[in-house]
Design a protein around this ligand. Structure first.
Ligand code: SF4
Length: 188
């Protein structure tokens, strides 16, 4: 499975299926442990991610790491990917047609990794993967069964940097993630 992921990552690095390829320094395929039952999905790379080729490495990424550490996890205990693999200009939302082109990579990642829990970080990922009318402020922390995987939407770490008052709600979601992970580990 790791080899197939690597092949897919190499395809992603040279992909020109949508306009976003024209502005990228590096595509950002995904990092972490593909054998973990837990996958996080954000919306797309920002400036630092584009430079380094890794998801969530700027300030928002540092906050994500803090939340992971608070539930005794780090990047070796989960897998992290995005809806689009190349940086949208000026960090705008990825357009529906860009998401549509790029989602094939994420579908393949799902098919190979088969995560049991998928946590959508922010509105774009939650609306794409859970439901088009998903409102993070109303439905964060809710587990929703899709096929054989449980999906949850929670706050994007960048939005938590802008609205620190949402941090306790986000932290409560991470506690639920820890509980579900334990439950799945005990039952597997
Ligand atoms: S965003 Fe996705 S579909 Fe568009 S060029 Fe990058 S890898 Fe290809």
């Amino acid at each position: 499975m790791e080899e197939m992921l690597l092949e897919l990552e190499q395809k992603c690095a040279v992909c020109a299926a949508c306009e976003l390829h024209t502005g990228r320094t590096k595509s950002v395929f995904g990092v972490g442990n593909p054998r973990s039952p837990l996958m996080f999905v954000g919306e797309g790379p920002g400036e630092q991610e584009d430079l380094k080729g890794q998801p969530f490495v700027g300030r928002a990424g540092q906050l994500l790491d803090k939340f992971l550490n608070a539930i005794e996890l780090d990047r070796t205990g989960c897998y992290i990917a995005n809806i689009v693999k190349c940086r949208p200009p000026k960090n705008r939302d990825p357009l529906p047609e860009e998401q549509e082109q790029c989602i094939a990579f994420l579908r393949e990642q799902f098919r190979l990794i088969r995560p049991k829990m998928v946590v959508c970080l922010g509105r774009i990922a939650a609306q794409r993967l859970i439901s088009p009318d998903f409102k993070v402020t109303l439905r964060h922390g809710e587990w929703i069964l899709r096929g054989e995987s449980l999906f949850m939407g929670t706050f994007h770490p960048a939005s938590l940097l802008r609205n620190p008052r949402q941090k306790p709600d986000a932290f409560a979601d991470f506690i639920k993630i820890r509980e579900k992970l334990r439950e799945l580990t005990v039952n597997s």
